[in-house]
Every structure is written in structure tokens, then in C-alpha cells.
Ligand binder design. Structure first.
Ligand code: EPU
Length: 436
């Protein structure tokens, strides 16, 4: 199992290009099950989560071709198998996105229940509520979700898909995909407005689907008999872009994040402005401005954030924001509304010298003057990113264990940070043990 060894204290400088969005490409890959014709994704990121989704699709009978130029072609010419097994689904909750496409195309979907994960319970009741609204019979059988279309097929319906935590990104994606093949008209109220859902809807339209209302909480879908293939470029990954920007800010360096969508990050830029942090924005780039991190007058101002559905502050940047606020000049309040328990990174930041307390869904971060390197353990993808950011500025050496989490969502992060001037080394910890 790899670990990252980081020597802190170097300001990052240079340019980094944003990859295709992980959370857009996963349901879009699943959408390939809805057509006999190939779907080509031009800019699929090279991530372990993408590989897991391709494995799930391969097991269902899709033919996958990863080309040298980085694009992926995926074709489900034959009717796919209807069962997504636990072995693959358990590796990644995003695999649940095959539920809607399978039900829509074959009239039956048997998908392993994804189970809980370290960031929280993560129920799927909204996915199932939507399928039931379309007329599907739904049951849980030995750990599998079994959805069956009624005789005559799925039927369009009007439904509300919100919950007390807001809307559901993958729940909306699943129901949207199934609804394309539901006779008549479907209206989803309380749909997730995240750009990744809009990208999926736009890709489906390019395959021949009839969808209106993208980006709004009201999605309208008209039945189509079949979908064709398409070639698609997914949107840039707003969370990756935000993470590199925050890493640049935290290190006091000048990092220009290119080929991103600043309009998908308005809340982050707003919070950076409130923190008194200087940055520049262009049509498709954002850049941190160099500052002397040793100058106490240049510390970020304490700035509160509350995670909310889009366009509110993304839960997927909460850990990274907390890392930045550990060095702010005062007390910041972070409130996690999407996943109330998504605070696994907190204990590890404490090991690096941060001062954070937690009360229920709120973390109180008292900024300190400096962090100091230590051995820490990554618990999940975004926690890993926060620890990397903290390690880049901590005095001395930080070793981040269980770093495989970060490869799920950040393409070659160690190489890219090294190219920005960081001193980061990936070490195979197993080999190290064998050598001892
Ligand atoms: N929820 C329900 N019932 C459901 C579904 C969700 O109550 O049936 C609740 C969840 O428990 C949570 C909230 O609704 O409190 C939002 O969950 P959502 O369904 O939107 O999450 P998701 O679709 O499973 C995606 C991303 C996550 C990201 C969330 C929120 C993918 C593959 N995953 O998950 O990304 O945090 O939306 O924006 O798209 C990550 O990239 O690190 C990551 C965890």
C-alpha cells in the first residue's frame, strides 16, 4: 500500500490542467448501458474509480476500449446482464449509477446494495422512491436491490426527490436515466442541480434523450424508444480544480489552475475573498497569488463555511477548506450539512498540530501559526487531499498512509504537485516492510 512522503515548506508555483470530472464521468459511463451504439468519452480521467466503473460495465457485458489518446470507447451492443455483483459495487458507491440504465434498458436491475462508507450512512431510499414512482417493483433480496419494470414497461410520473439533506446527485442521475425509457412524461422535482447532473443530462440529450430543465430543480423527461451513441467531453472536475487552487493558496504560491470552470466554483471564490486571500480569475482558469506565508499579516482571515447542495459550498471541498483554516488568524466555523459525520480528517489534522473541536455537525477551527509534519492516515478521498495540503506547509516531514484513497479522485497527484515544486514522494510501504 503506497504512502506519500512530503517535505513541507515549499511554495507551489506553475500551471496545472484540470482533469475531466470524476463525478460526471461515472454516471455518464453507466449511461452507455442505455444504447447499442458506442459512447466515446474524450477526456475520461485516469482514476481508480473510473477503472472500477469500467470493471462493473465489463462484467455486465460492455466492451471497453481505453485508447492511447486517453479517450474511452464503451459499447453495450448486446443487451447487458442485469446483475451488478457485490465484489465491484462494494469498492465504489458510484457503481449504483448502473441501476437506472439497467432498469430502463432491460426492464430489470439487480444491483448490490452499496452499504455505508466512512463519510456516513449514505442511504439509497431516494433512488428507490424514484424507481417506484416510475412503476417499478422494488425489493431488497439478500443484499441486492431488485427493481423490475411492470408489464408494459416503466411509466412516466411526477415525483419529488428531495430529502432533509437536500437533493441526491446519484439519485437524480439514476431516476433521470430510467425515466428516458418511461412511457409518457416524467417530472422530477427536487432534482440535484450539481453541474455533474447537468453534464449527464446534456450527454443523454446528445444520445437522443428528451430532457428539459438542466441545472434546475425541475427536470422534465419525455419517453424515447432508444438512444444512440455519442462522443462526449465531460466537464472539468471542479473539486480537483478547487483543491489545487487551495493548495496554491495554502502554500503561499502562485498556482494557475487551467481548463477549469470558475463559474462552477463561485462559492469557493466568494469564501476566499472573505478570507482576504488574493486570487485571479480568467474565463477558464483561476490562480492563487504568491504571498509570504511567514508574514503574520498575510494569514487568511477566519472564514466560516456551511456545506450545501450546489451552488452552495460543496461537501467535497470541506476537508480542504478546513486544512486552510487551520492556519487562519482566528476562529472559523465549518458546518457539514450533507454528510454530518464527514470529519474523519479532523483527528489527523490534529496530529499535524491543528486546533479543532467538533460539536455535532459543526467544527470549530482555531487557527495556529504553523503545522508540524507527522505520520497521518488517510480515511477517504477528500480527507487525503486535505492531509496532502496540510503536509505541503507543515514544518518537516509528513507521511500520509493509505494514500490509495487519493488515487480514486486525483490523477497522478504526486507527479503534478512535484511539477509545481512540491517535494512529494510516493513510497510503496509494503516494499519498505519487506526490506526491513
Ligand atoms: N441521501 C438520502 N437518500 C438517498 C440518497 C442520498 O438521504 O437516497 C442523502 C445522503 O445521505 C446525503 C445527501 O442525501 O446526506 C446527499 O447525497 P447524494 O445522494 O447527493 O450523494 P451521492 O450522489 O451518493 C455524490 C458524489 C459525492 C458527493 C455527493 C454530494 C458521486 C460519485 N459522488 O454522491 O462525491 O459528496 O454527491 O455532493 O457523484 C467525492 O467525490 O468525494 C464524493 C463523496
Amino acid at each position: 500500500m503506497d504512502k506519500l512522503v512530503i517535505e513541507g515548506g515549499r511554495a507551489l508555483r506553475g500551471r496545472v490542467t484540470t482533469s475531466g470530472s470524476k463525478n460526471a464521468v461515472l454516471p455518464i459511463l453507466a449511461a452507455s448501458l442505455m444504447s447499442e451504439e458506442p459512447l466515446v468519452i474524450r477526456n475520461a480521467p485516469r482514476l481508480s474509480d473510473v477503472k472500477t466503473m469500467l470493471d462493473v460495465l465489463g462484467d455486465l457485458g460492455s466492451i471497453v476500449d481505453r485508447r492511447d489518446d486517453g479517450s474511452i470507447s464503451i459499447c453495450s451492443a448486446q443487451v447487458p446482464a442485469d446483475k451488478a455483483e457485490w465484489e465491484n459495487v462494494r469498492k465504489m458507491r458510484g457503481s449504483i449509477a448502473v441501476l437506472g440504465p439497467l432498469l430502463g434498458r432491460t426492464g430489470r436491475a439487480v444491483v448490490s446494495q452499496p452499504g455505508g462508507c466512512v463519510i456516513g450512512v449514505r442511504p439509497i431510499d431516494l433512488h428507490l422512491k424514484g424507481m417506484q414512482a416510475l412503476g417499478a417493483l422494488v425489493k431488497i433480496d439478500h443484499g441486492y436491490i431488485v427493481c423490475e419494470a411492470p408489464p408494459g414497461g416503466l411509466k412516466g410520473a411526477e415525483m419529488y426527490l428531495g430529502s432533509s439533506f437536500g437533493s441526491s446527485v446519484l439519485g437524480t442521475a439514476n431516476v433521470l436515466m430510467a425515466a428516458c425509457f418511461a412511457k409518457g412524461r416524467t417530472v422530477i422535482h427536487g432534482a440535484a442541480c450539481e453541474p455533474e447532473v447537468t453534464d449527464l443530462a446534456d450527454c443523454l440529450v446528445s444520445m437522443g434523450a428528451k430532457i428539459r430543465g438542466q441545472g434546475s430543480p425541475r427536470l422534465e423527461v419525455e419517453y424515447v424508444e432508444a438512444l444512440g451513441g455519442t462522443t462526449w467531453s465531460v466537464i472539468p472536475d471542479r473539486i480537483e480544480a478547487g483543491t489545487y487552487l487551495l493548495a496554491g493558496v495554502m502554500s503561499g504560491g502562485a498556482v494557475r489552475v487551467e481548463k477549469c470552470r470558475p463559474d462552477h466554483l463561485t462559492v469557493l471564490l466568494d469564501r476566499l475573498g472573505a478570507a482576504g486571500v488574493q486570487f485571479q480569475v480568467g474565463p477558464d482558469w483561476i490562480a492563487s497569488v504568491a504571498r509570504d506565508v511567514r508574514d503574520p499579516a498575510r494569514r487568511p482571515k477566519p472564514t466560516d463555511v456551511t456545506t450545501l447542495p450546489y451552488p452552495g459550498f460543496p461537501t467535497d471541498l470541506q476537508a480542504q477548506w478546513m486544512a486552510l483554516m487551520t492556519l487562519a488568524d482566528g476562529v472559523s466555523i465549518i458546518t457539514e450539512n450533507i454528510y454530518p459525520d464527514r470529519y474523519m480528517h479532523m483527528a489527523e489534522l490534529l496530529r499535524l498540530g491543528a486546533n479543532i473541536r467538533r460539536h455535532a455537525t459543526t467544527a470549530v477551527v482555531q487557527g495556529v501559526e504553523a503545522l508540524s509534519g507527522a505520520q497521518v492516515t488517510a480515511s477517504d478521498l477528500r480527507a487525503s487531499a486535505a492531509l496532502v495540503m496540510a503536509g505541503l506547509v507543515a514544518k518537516g516531514t509528513t507521511e500520509i498512509h493509505r494514500v490509495y484513497h487519493i488515487d480514486r479522485g486525483y490523477e497522478r497527484i504526486d507527479e503534478r504537485l512535484s511539477a509545481l515544486g512540491a517535494q512529494v514522494e510516493r513510497v510503496d510501504a509494503r516494499e519498505e516492510v519487506l526490506k526491513e
